[in-house]
Design a protein around this ligand. Structure first.
Ligand code: 2HG
Ligand code: ZN
Length: 466
C-alpha cells in the first residue's frame, strides 16, 4: 500500500502533467498568499496550488484528485469572507486566474462571455467598451472574479435593482467533481429545456461544480445616475424612508445602502473626511437613482418630492462623477478602515425590512454584556441585508456566533445574504433551513460529488460528521 507521502507525490506528479510545472506551486513561501483569506481567520496549509488554463485542464485536475481522494478547493480572487475559497489542511487549491478571457459579440450584443478568472473590473470595462453596462459592482471589483461571484451568488448595492449574480447569468459552463464539462453557453435568452442546473451551481460555493465560464447579461447605460445621502434619527426612521423611496422611485432606485454612526465616524477618522451632513445622525442612507431616459426628469427633484417632511440639512445629493464617488466613499471605505484596526469578525445576514429595528436593538442589548467589542453595522438597506462587523473578537467565538445568528433566525431572517456560508456558518445552516432541505442539499452534493472532493466541509456538512 502506498503511504500518504507517496500518494501526495504521485498526485503532484500527475497534476504537473496536467497543468505544466510552471503552474504547479509547491514552494511554501509562494503558497502563503493563497492559504489565508481576506479576514485572516480562515485557511490552513495547502498541498499545492494549481493554475489550469482551460476547462479540460480543470476536468483533468479533478479526475486526478478524485482518483486519489485528494480534496480540492476552488479559488477566484480570494476576496471571500466565509472561508469558502481557502484551503483546509492538505487540500489542492485550484486558482482560476488563467481562465480570464472575455469575449463580447458572442451571438448576442447584450451578452458577454467571461472566463471564471476575469475580474469584476475587467467585465465592467469590457461592457463599457461595448457601449453597455454590467449591473453589479462592489469595492472588491479589482480582485473578485466571475467564478467566485457565480459560486457565491455575489450581490452588492446594485443588486437591489438588478438582482444578484444568478440573475445576471444567461448561460454557464462548469466542470463537475467527476470531471464532466457541462456547457450551456448558447446565445439564447429564454431556455426552459430541462432543469436549470446553472441556477443550482450559482451560490453552491464551489461544492458542486467548478465554474469555468459564464454568459453574462448587459444592459444599456442610463442617461444619468444621481447619488443622495439622507440622515435618519434611528432604524425605525430609516425603514420608513426605505419604504417611501422604494414605492416612490420604483425601478429608478438602483441602490439603497445604510451606514451606522460608528461606521461614519470610523471612515471620517481613517480617510480624514468631513462629516457627510451638517448635523450628525443615528443612521445614514446612501443611494443611487437612475434616469433611464433623458426625458424622465431630474431624479433628485423626484426624490425630494417623495420626502416632503425631510429637513434640508438631512439630505445631500450629487449629480457629477466626483460628487457621486465622494458620497459612496463613506460606505465603500468602511471595510478597509475596519481591517486597518485589526481582525474583523463578520456576519452577513438579512432580515425582513420591518424587523431591522428590532434586530439592531436586540444586538445592542446582547452585546452590552461584551463591552470589549466594538460594533459596526452597515449594508444594503433596500434588501434588508446587514453586515455586522465586530472588532475585539479573538479567534473563533461560537457563543457569539450562536447569539447573533439565532437572533437573526428568530426574527425570520437568513443567516447568509450574499457572502456565502463557507466554513463560517456551515454549523448554523439548520437555523434557517429545515431538515428536509438539508437532506436534499446533502443528496445533491453526494450525487454531483460522490467522492466528496470539492469544497468539502463547506456549506452543508455531511451527516457522518460527528
Ligand atoms: C460590502 O457590502 C461587502 O461592502 C463586504 O459585502 C462587507 O466586509 C463586509 O462585511
Ligand atoms: Zn455587501
Amino acid at each position: 500500500l502506498a503511504t500518504p507521502v507517496e500518494m501526495d507525490t504521485d498526485v503532484l506528479q500527475l497534476l504537473a502533467k496536467v497543468v505544466g510545472r510552471d503552474d504547479l506551486i509547491v514552494d511554501r513561501d509562494l503558497m502563503g498568499a493563497y492559504e489565508t483569506d481576506a479576514t485572516g481567520r480562515f485557511g490552513e496549509r495547502a498541498l499545492c496550488i494549481v493554475r489550469p488554463s482551460s476547462s479540460d485542464e480543470v476536468a483533468d485536475v479533478l479526475k486526478v484528485c478524485g482518483r486519489a481522494s485528494t480534496r480540492v478547493v476552488i479559488q477566484g480572487g480570494n476576496t471571500g469572507l466565509a472561508g469558502g475559497g481557502v484551503p483546509c489542511d492538505g487540500e489542492v487549491v485550484v486558482r482560476m486566474d488563467h481562465l480570464n478571457e472575455i469575449a463580447s459579440h458572442e451571438g448576442d450584443p447584450w451578452h458577454l462571455v467571461a472566463g471564471a478568472g476575469a475580474t469584476l473590473a475587467e467585465v465592467r470595462e469590457a461592457a463599457r467598451k461595448a457601449g453597455l453596462e454590467f449591473a453589479l459592482d462592489f469595492p472588491a471589483r479589482d480582485s473578485a472574479t466571475v467564478g467566485g461571484m457565480v459560486a457565491t451568488n455575489a450581490a452588492g448595492p446594485t443588486a437591489l435593482r438588478w438582482g444578484p449574480m444568478r440573475a445576471q447569468l444567461a448561460g454557464l459552463e462548469a466542470v463537475t467533481a467527476t470531471g464532466a464539462v457541462l456547457s450551456r453557453l448558447v446565445p439564447v435568452s429564454k431556455d426552459n429545456a430541462g432543469y436549470d442546473w446553472p441556477a443550482l451551481i450559482a451560490g453552491s460555493e464551489g461544492t458542486l461544480a467548478v465554474v469555468t465560464r459564464a454568459r453574462l447579461r448587459l444592459h444599456t447605460p442610463p442617461a444619468a445616475r444621481d447619488v443622495f445621502m439622507i440622515g435618519a434619527a434611528n432604524y425605525d426612521d430609516a425603514v420608513g424612508l426605505t419604504s417611501c423611496l422604494r414605492s416612490g422611485l420604483g425601478s429608478r432606485l438602483e441602490a439603497l445602502d445604510f451606514i451606522d454612526r460608528p461606521s461614519v465616524e470610523l471612515v471620517c477618522a481613517t480617510r480624514r473626511l468631513r462629516e457627510p451632513l451638517p448635523a450628525t445622525h443615528g443612521v445614514y442612507l446612501v443611494g443611487t437613482v437612475l434616469t433611464e431616459h433623458e426625458g424622465d426628469g431630474p431624479a433628485l427633484e423626484l426624490l425630494a418630492r417623495e420626502l416632503p417632511d425631510l429637513p434640508d440639512e438631512a439630505i445631500v445629493g450629487a449629480v457629477d462623477g466626483a460628487g457621486r464617488r465622494r458620497l459612496w466613499e463613506y460606505r465603500e471605505a468602511i471595510n478597509e478602515a475596519l481591517r486597518a484596526r485589526g481582525e474583523v469578525h463578520k456576519y452577513d445576514v438579512s432580515l425582513p425590512l420591518q424587523r431591522l429595528p428590532s434586530f439592531a436593538a436586540g444586538l445592542t442589548e446582547d452585546l452590552a454584556r461584551r463591552p470589549e467589542l466594538a460594533v459596526y453595522l452597515y449594508g444594503h438597506l433596500g434588501d434588508g441585508n446587514v453586515h455586522v462587523n465586530l472588532l475585539g473578537v479573538t479567534g473563533f467565538d461560537r457563543a457569539l456566533d450562536d447569539l447573533i445568528l439565532e437572533r437573526v433566525a428568530s426574527l425570520g431572517g437568513s443567516i447568509d445574504a450574499e457572502h456565502g456560508v463557507g466554513l463560517a456558518k456551515r454549523d448554523h445552516l439548520g437555523l434557517t433551513r429545515t431538515d428536509a432541505e438539508l437532506a436534499l442539499m446533502r443528496d445533491v452534493k453526494r450525487m454531483l460529488d460522490p467522492v466528496g472532493i470539492l469544497g468539502s466541509g463547506r456549506v452543508v456538512v455531511s451527516e457522518e460528521r460527528p
